[in-house]
Write a protein that binds this ligand. Structure first.
Ligand SMILES: Cc1ncc(COP(=O)(O)O)c(C=O)c1O
Length: 386
């Protein structure tokens, strides 16, 4: 398959990295589950071994994601956390310092605060939207770490000024863009050095595969590959095949996620039982202008605050018939979760409220069902919540 260099994202999602068409060969990449591959008898050539990340399905995923991100290279790992840990270890050593947004995914926060701290790497958390990034940087700062859009308030930050602060200090900017997918945002175009995804979410898209991605320049991804080879969190062949298959429909799925996001957000904003809606596509969202400038779509993630608070939320989730109460996001099915029981369970209700997450806050990951059916379900659940 030969793609035009300016092929659009939908075409790249379906075809990037495919081998040339040959009569009799399969149109779809076969699954190769072999963990090892025949070597040259004289010891020349690449040693191929699944943990080294150079098995066929791993390479297929990496080529496809790199094409979507506009990156020189990508590394496919066994989970989003596997990807994040390898990206951090590739850029840090004992005595180094990280500056991270305080709105970072909980697992990443635990990784920084409980694991990397044990290796002598310290982290300072800053408000994503303040000028604190600059002042938090120290001579030993090597990584600045952002996440956009953020969970679950869907705040959207421009990576550019943070990248400038990182580069002025000789550090790198890593951005977790899981909530956007490369269809809606490509942080490398905005100055980031590495972009990270939990491929478990939109890239896979069907809630049936766990994976992670790091993409950037080859110079940077080589460091990530070197860590992954030794620490070992590689993506296995079957998961890689599922991920490649899921990515073929990424662009069309995102179109529907984006459309459903807009329709449900508009409905929610007009509903008397909902006190506030967090969706970057709404003019009422604090980052609406930034989102319009940076994003190619506002996504399918939405936060709503029920007027009835925690008790109403309990009735609401119990009454849902189409949407399911489950963590995770980015799949074809609509999922809801309550941050008080998931990402922000470690905080008191008062701390959560001070962070913009009063009890009664529901996070919605809108699937690709018909918007009318999603809205009908949310509407009846709200009626049941009283
Ligand atoms: C924004 C974000 N980053 C990273 C992760 C970690 O990904 P994984 O569960 O694939 O390890 C998650 C998982 O929920 C996430 O939501």
């Amino acid at each position: 398959m030969t793609l035009r260099p300016d092929a659009g994202p939908s075409t790249r999602a379906v075809h990037a990295g495919e081998p040339p068409a040959r009569v009799g060969e399969p149109v779809v990449n076969p699954i190769v589950l072999s963990s090892t591959f025949f070597s040259e008898p004289d010891g020349t050539g690449e040693v191929r071994y699944a943990r080294y990340g150079n098995a066929p399905n791993q390479i297929a995923v990496e080529t496809r994601v790199a094409a979507l991100e506009g990156a020189e290279d990508a590394v496919a790992l066994g989970s989003g956390m596997g990807a994040m840990v390898c990206a951090l270890l590739a850029n840090l050593q004992a005595g180094d310092h990280v500056v991270a947004t305080d709105a970072i995914y909980g697992g990443t926060r635990t990784l920084l605060s409980r694991e990397l701290s044990r290796l002598g790497i310290e982290t300072t958390y800053v408000d994503y939207f303040s000028a604190d990034w600059q002042s938090a940087v120290r001579p030993e700062t090597r990584v600045l770490l952002g996440e956009t859009p953020s969970n679950p308030l869907l705040r959207v930050a421009d990576p550019r000024p943070i990248a400038d602060a990182a580069h002025a200090a000789g550090a790198v900017l890593i951005v977790d863009a899981t909530f956007a997918s490369p269809i809606n945002l490509r942080p490398l175009e905005h100055g980031a050095d590495l972009v990270m995804h939990s491929a478990t979410k939109y890239l896979g898209g069907h809630s049936d595969v766990t994976g992670g991605i790091i993409a950037g320049s080859r110079e940077r991804t080589e460091g990530v590959r070197a860590r992954a080879r030794v620490w070992g969190p590689m993506l296995d062949g079957h998961a890689a095949w599922l991920l490649e298959r899921g990515m073929k429909t990424l662009a069309v799925r995102m179109e529907r996620h984006n459309r459903n996001g807009g329709e449900v957000a508009a409905w929610a904003e007009a509903h008397p039982g909902i006190a506030r809606v967090h969706y970057p596509g709404l003019a009422s969202h604090p980052d609406h202008e930034t989102a319009r400038r940076l994003l190619d779509g506002f996504g399918g993630m939405l936060g709503i605050e029920l007027r009835g608070g925690g008790p109403a939320a309990a009735h609401f989730v119990a009454a849902l018939r189409l949407a399911s109460l489950a963590p995770s996001l980015g799949g074809v099915e609509t999922l809801v979760s309550e941050p008080r029981y998931t990402s922000h369970a470690a905080m008191t209700p008062e701390q959560r409220a001070a962070n913009g997450l009063p009890d009664g806050f529901i996070r919605l990951s809108l699937g690709i069902e018909d918007a009318a059916d999603i809205i009908a379900d949310l509407d009846q659940a709200l009626a049941a919540a009283g």
